[in-house]
Write a protein that binds this ligand. Structure first.
Ligand SMILES: Cc1cc2nc3c(=O)[nH]c(=O)nc-3n(C[C@H](O)[C@H](O)[C@H](O)COP(=O)(O)O)c2cc1C
Length: 185
């Protein structure tokens, strides 16, 4: 069993990205992993914008990154890149906060013109933070994510299938890593 930190970088109170992540969290939990959700928007704005790394909430978030074996990073595409909110937290973490971690990058966006934002914008940041293994990410169109009247999340079939596949690949990569660590004692 691995510990996964599932980070949503959307500032929206009705975020599709966050809802999608919480939906995918359940798939990882069903596979036996411990999943800790983190919505960056719930962290204190003044601490994020003032780079207050000593603020207890920021220190606690940093400790969650440290503790996790795997990290799911979800962001809405904003201006052809990841959200500023996500970057405001990543900038407060140690340079190699992702060292040895398996990372699954996910994005939601309004246009397929920015389907590569994960690869040209987010992935280099994750690499610079020492991520051990960044598995294949996935971009989901916002129109493929809907909330039904009873509050349930519904994902268009094609997108749901692709997301299940990348989550399972991430889980498999996590499994390989925890087996290696166990073997190393
Ligand atoms: C300020 C802003 C900028 C955006 N810029 C882009 C963009 O450049 N490319 C894109 O595909 N979608 C863009 N979008 C659409 C969002 O990425 C998309 O609706 C996303 O699913 C929103 O996720 P959320 O509900 O989690 O915040 C933008 C939305 C906002 C509010």
């Amino acid at each position: 069993m691995a510990t996964v930190l599932s980070v949503s970088g959307s500032p929206s109170a009705t975020s599709r990205t966050a809802r999608l992540l919480r939906h995918l969290d359940r798939r990882l939990v069903a596979q036996g992993h411990e999943v800790i959700p983190l919505d960056v928007r719930t962290l204190p704005a003044e601490a994020l914008l003032g780079a207050d790394v000593r603020h207890p909430a920021i220190a606690e978030a940093a400790a969650l990154f440290d503790r996790a074996d795997g990290i799911v990073i979800g962001t809405p595409v904003y201006k052809a890149a990841y959200s500023g909110l996500l970057k405001s937290l990543l900038d407060l973490l140690p340079q190699y906060a992702l060292a040895g971690k398996t990372v699954l990058p996910l994005a939601t966006g309004g246009t397929t013109a920015h389907v590569l934002a994960i690869d040209y914008a987010l992935r280099p940041v994750l690499s610079s933070m020492g991520a051990g293994h960044i598995v294949q990410g996935w971009f989901t169109l916002d129109t493929d994510i809907a909330v039904t009247d009873d509050g349930h999340l519904s994902v268009a079939p094609g997108a749901a299938e692709a997301l299940a596949q990348v989550v399972d690949q991430f889980a498999a990569a996590l499994g390989g890593r925890t087996t290696l660590l166990a073997a190393a004692g």
